[in-house]
Design a protein around this ligand. Structure first.
Ligand code: SAH
Length: 240
């Protein structure tokens, strides 16, 4: 079962256990069941959930190879996780990591709490709030070895929202696709101001996914100034 996912992971050089496959099956079932009443995803074809949510989320594993010694005790936050992407698929594969799912809307938070419980994802928690606020909370600020985000905002906004969560020397990975030239250029200032170093783009090409995926990887090299991120809404209204 979940042959697309299994094949895609093999391309990425990763094995998946029967227990992990079962977790993904359950997750998909619940996602599509809840989606009938709650707006969680526009993707409703089961095969597409496997590819465009699960496998797509797991492309992040390609960026982790560069910091693999950390994988087991990694603390990871997924900013604007929605129905759990990419955070939950990554947690299923990186069993020992600690996962925080940050999401602003209550209905999605209810779904995430249900899934964590159902899949028995120990070492996982859901935080309801906006990144602009939560990033100033000392429990979360500069506390993560890996910060991930998919489909939340353009990189300039995302850098301001996400880099304050990253601890010194750790990694922020934004999941993107397609041509990024202008978006990267427009984000240069925000990345630098929020404490980011060089931006490295890893292209992931999988036969299972039509478009190339681009993992924008930014190392945290300086402390984020206290004033960042700015008030809710400002990082997207007036990018740095
Ligand atoms: N990452 C998921 C969801 C993308 S939709 C995926 O790729 O499928 C964007 C999600 O981010 C929404 O659920 C929205 O509520 C949340 N979001 C947007 N801005 C946010 C912010 N500033 N803080 C926290 N969550 C945010």
């Amino acid at each position: 079962m979940l042959q697309h996912l299994v094949d895609g992971l093999r391309e990425l050089g990763r094995d998946i256990s029967p227990a992990q496959i079962e977790m993904f099956e359950l997750y998909r079932l619940e996602l599509l069941r809840w989606n009938r009443y709650t707006n969680l995803t526009a993707i409703t074809d089961p095969a597409q959930v496997e590819l465009r949510h699960f496998l797509d989320s797991l492309t992040v594993l390609q960026a982790l190879d560069t910091i693999s010694p950390l994988e087991s005790q990694l603390k990871m936050i997924d900013v604007g996780t929605g129905a759990g992407f990419p955070g939950i698929p990554l947690k299923v594969m990186l069993t020992d990591c600690h996962l925080v799912l940050l999401e602003a809307t209550g209905k999605r938070v209810a779904f995430l709490t249900h899934i964590i419980d159902l899949l028995r994802l120990s070492g996982s928690e859901v935080v309801q709030g906006r990144a602009e606020d939560v990033a100033h909370d000392p429990t979360h600020r500069e506390s993560y070895g890996l910060v991930v985000a998919r489909a939340v905002a353009p990189l300039a906004t995302l850098a301001e929202l996400c880099l304050p969560f990253a601890s010194m020397g750790s990694l922020f990975v934004a999941l993107k696709k397609g041509e990024l030239g202008e978006e990267l250029y427009a984000a240069q200032n925000a990345v630098k101001m929020a404490g980011g170093g060089d931006t490295r783009v890893i292209t992931v090409r999988l036969p299972q996914l039509a478009d190339d995926r681009r993992l924008v990887c930014i190392r945290k090299v300086a402390a984020s100034p206290d004033r960042l991120p700015r008030r809710p809404g400002i990082p997207s209204k007036r990018p740095l």
